[in-house]
Design a protein around this ligand. Sequence first.
Ligand code: COA
Length: 394
Amino acid sequence: MTTLVPRDIADDEWRDVPLLTATSFGSTWHPETFAAWRTAMPPRSSVVVVDDGDLVGQAHYLDFELTVPGGAVLPTAGITWVGVAPTHRRRGLLRAMYTDLHDRFAENGYPLAALTATEGGIYGRFGYGPATVDTEFSLDRRFARFHRDAPDPGGVRIVRPREHRDDLAAIYDRYRRITPGGLARPTPLWDDLLADWEDSRGGGTPWFCFLHDDGYLLYRLFRGSSRTVRVEEFTAVTPEAHAALWRALIGLDLVETITVTSHPGDPLPYLLDDPRLVRTTGSEDGLWLRLMDVPAALTARTYAADLDTVLDVGDGFRSDGGRFALSIRSGRAECTPTDAPAEFTLGLDVLGSLYLGGHSAALMAAANRIRGGDVTRLDAAFRSDVPARLGFHF
Ligand SMILES: CC(C)(COP(=O)(O)OP(=O)(O)OC[C@H]1O[C@@H](n2cnc3c(N)ncnc32)[C@H](O)[C@@H]1OP(=O)(O)O)[C@@H](O)C(=O)NCCC(=O)NCCS
């Protein structure tokens, strides 16, 4: 185990952050991207490990607002740019930096901590559970025909995205406020997204943008053996905007394939005569959540059914778990620590997976990740009418 100790980053050490980030992730970011993301970092949000003058470990967090079922918006610490030099891996540096960072989250009263993960096997031990699902759809546009009942509201314009930053941001903001997993996106991050740096295009064209009063999308075209459109951001506040944007996309006559990352509750297949054309080509964890303050988090969201139960929540990383009495009436919860016998036993990571309604308690119980009573009662209560979806990757 390491004897190196994490500490706050010094001002002059920021110059080494891009190199360690690039080495850890295998991709380079534009210098202005770092500057933009730093504006979303509160004071003392960066811990580093330095060995003999070299930056060998880093972890940072962003001050986020995250929407939960029912529309409440919770302060959330969003961990980002976590990297340990390949020369120093598996000596406990990540664990040491996480211990320090989570102490800071607790001191600052964050009820939730969040991350997006490069690998799925790392963060369960730290009490994080995958809370949203990124579903990748691929559509052979050439054969797509709309169902006769599919709306055709029109209203889509082709625009230069940078000239419409405020329109896009306003639509996104309406969307994230009604979507569990939605994240507020500060203006510097909009500017960075729309700056459209060449090194972030992955070989595709610059942004194309379709704009509707209640939705927008950003896509790139890739000219390989087939002409593929990759939609990087699809935001629709209403079903009409969703249908109108898809009609515009499917109007791209010379394109063969359209790919988009969405969520399991996307109605796209039902817009088409042949739903089989919408192939699910990927399904992966999106947002990971850790409940830092179980009562604060559980009382902030709304619920779909009444429930009286006691949860025994295990936290193998810190001591934020415990036994909690949860009483739900008419959609609102009371949650207090208790000594009463537990009805359900589960890990804090599992509670994170249930929290936005994106995962099933019954399936978790089938894997022995929840033990105890009738889990269908948990599913009935934790269900969310609005599908959970990660606001944006960070
Ligand atoms: C992932 C990474 C940060 C791990 O750092 P590290 O200092 O080697 O991790 P630690 O030695 O502190 O390991 C902490 C725990 O995580 C486990 N772990 C670390 N990396 C893991 C991996 N890739 N898969 C599964 N478990 C992993 C360790 O076994 C250890 O478990 P334990 O404490 O329960 O025994 C580092 O390998 C890295 O920088 N990778 C490339 C960039 C990246 O993926 N960053 C994460 C962004 S989300």
